[in-house]
Ligand binder design. Structure first.
Ligand code: NAP
Length: 248
């Protein structure tokens, strides 16, 4: 029970990695407020799943790219649970294409959902964490943010931006006992990747030193560490959860 008594917000948890983080946090004793943008049914299902064995959890419809939504989310979570100790900025999208074909709309949307969202919620939760002199903020980046990727200039820029944001917040808020770290997942197998061509996916697995794709639980485990007091001397860092895909 590494997160006993802690209150966490996880964005974008109706499916994939966010959902796995929500389940793992509940298993470690945390109270979980999670968000989604449009998957109402999945969110209701998840809320039931998280609370069935006495866990405390609530889903909130909240667009991570909107500052006003972040502000009302924090207000609602404070009303429901009293304080906020942990924030996981997980909500993210891709809209891949080569730069020559990328529209301004595609650029703006990916930057707003992936990067501006981290600014929105971190800023909205700040007063609460400053008052408590406690907080752990975890931003989900990507190995693509570390290395770049052809056909993903918008996504890679958003995920690299997250790393600069993370380091700056760590420097700014360390003296107040608020930590901020990033996780850079590699190839994580989700429902989405299950629909891809099996030979292509096997090729990706073969290229990874650990010879498998990551699971959402692999990312969730890293989140538990960074959210818990086990990492109380860790801030401003990027933890690559990628099976050795990158080593720097
Ligand atoms: P996913 O399965 O597509 O799930 C994305 C989640 O984000 C959904 O719950 C979705 O909610 C939510 N979301 C999307 N736009 C939102 C918005 N504007 N406001 C609030 N929530 C929003 O994605 P995933 O694969 O689990 O990825 C999760 C995070 O890990 C992302 O930041 C992604 O970039 C990062 N990542 C993933 C991989 C990978 O291999 N899967 C690798 C590296 C990094 P709705 O269902 O309501 O739309």
């Amino acid at each position: 029970m590494l997160l006993q008594g802690k209150i966490a917000i996880i964005t974008g948890a109706s499916r994939g990695i966010g959902k796995s983080i929500a389940k793992s946090f509940i298993a470690q004793g945390a109270t979980v407020a999670f968000t989604y943008r449009s998957s109402e049914e999945k969110a209701i299902e998840l809320e039931k799943e998280l609370t069935v064995n006495g866990g405390k959890a609530k889903g909130f419809k909240s667009d991570a790219s909107k500052m006003a939504d972040a502000e009302s989310l924090v207000k609602d979570v404070l009303e429901a649970f009293g304080t906020i100790d942990i924030v996981v900025n997980n909500a993210g999208i891709t809209d891949d294409t080569l730069l020559i074909r990328m529209s301004e709309e595609q650029w703006d949307r990916v930057i707003n959902v992936n990067l501006k969202s981290c600014f929105n919620l971190t800023k909205a939760v700040l007063k609460t964490m400053l008052k408590a002199r406690f907080g752990s903020i975890i931003n989900i980046s990507s190995v693509v943010g570390v290395q770049g990727n052809a056909g993903q200039a918008n996504y890679a820029a958003s995920k690299a931006g997250i790393l600069g944001f993370t380091k700056s917040i760590a420097l700014e808020l360390g003296s107040r006992n608020i930590r901020c770290n990033a996780i850079a997942p590699g190839f994580i197998e989700t429902e989405m990747t299950a629909k891809l061509d099996p030979d292509t996916v096997q090729g990706w697995r073969n290229a990874i030193p650990l010879k498998r794709g990551g699971t959402p639980e692999d990312v969730a485990n890293a989140c538990i560490f960074l959210a818990s007091d086990m990492s109380s001397y860790v801030t401003g860092q990027t933890l690559n959860v990628c099976g050795g895909m990158i080593t720097a």
